[in-house]
Design a binder for this molecule. Structure first.
Ligand SMILES: Nc1ncnc2c1ncn2[C@@H]1O[C@H](COP(=O)(O)OP(=O)(O)OP(=O)(O)O)[C@@H](O)[C@H]1O
Ligand SMILES: [Mg+2]
Length: 212
């Protein structure tokens, strides 16, 4: 399966969730390739940092920030159980290419009282891609979410019954994600039993069920 983390809004957690989904599946013994489709190369940076820290490689990270991504992805997918695409903010051409490659799009969104949880442009591009690929799946995933806050509840209510649907699994606002990122680690490297690690496990399980 090819899963793409996309949202033209910047800083919503595309890279964080892409790395952690890839890591979770790799830990479970699956062959995973992560495509860094962002010219900023954040996932590649993470992977280099991980190598410098002498930590074991869990999955390969390939830089493919090109509009021809969709032509190269199927070949990578044949050699892997899962391909995870970390999408770029803004760049529409790359987004389109990622949408042509993906089986499932996950749209990380942060709880917000405004209409700020997704870029309307992102949803438009998904609709456009579905003209060619009606089977393309899409889900919102709430990130940096403190389920107890009113804003989180209101955002979840607003997205309920909305298309794309909201995943049941949500990811909290947790320093472990920022700490892990800086040192080429995943939250499960820091503490495999932490709330952050358990949230990621639940997310990967839910996404895996959609894929089957
Ligand atoms: N659940 C979380 N809890 C705490 N910090 C988080 C969480 N998710 C992401 N962050 C932090 O927020 C910042 C932005 O996250 P990330 O880089 O994953 O977003 P992005 O959507 O990939 O951004 P860009 O659009 O620039 O590619 C990073 O510093 C990351 O460590
Ligand atoms: Mg990113």
């Amino acid at each position: 399966m090819i899963v793409a983390l996309l949202n033209q809004k910047g800083g919503v957690g595309k890279t964080t969730l892409a790395l952690h989904l890839a890591g979770q599946w790799a830990r479970q013994g699956q062959r995973v390739t992560l495509i860094d489709a962002d010219p900023q190369g954040s996932a590649l940076d993470w992977s280099e940092q991980r190598a410098r820290e002498g930590l074991p490689r869990l999955f390969s990270v390939i830089g493919l920030a090109r509009d021809t991504l969709h032509r190269e992805a199927p070949e990578l997918a044949r050699a892997a159980d899962h391909v995870v695409i970390d999408g770029p903010p803004r760049v529409a051409g790359l987004m389109r290419s990622a949408l042509l490659a993906a089986d499932l799009v996950l749209i990380p969104a942060q709880p917000s009282p405004f209409d700020g949880w997704a870029s309307g442009e992102t949803l438009k591009l998904i609709d456009e891609a579905r003209i060619f690929r009606p089977q393309l799946g899409a889900r919102f995933v709430l990130n940096r979410c403190d389920a107890r806050t009113i804003i989180a509840r209101e955002t979840a209510e607003m997205l309920a019954g909305h298309e794309p649907q909201l995943l049941a699994a949500t990811i909290g606002q947790r320093v472990a994600f920022a700490d892990a990122a800086r040192t080429g680690r995943l939250v499960s490297d820091l503490d495999s039993n932490s709330p952050a690690a358990r949230e990621i496990a639940a997310l990967a399980a839910e996404v895996g069920r959609i894929a089957r």
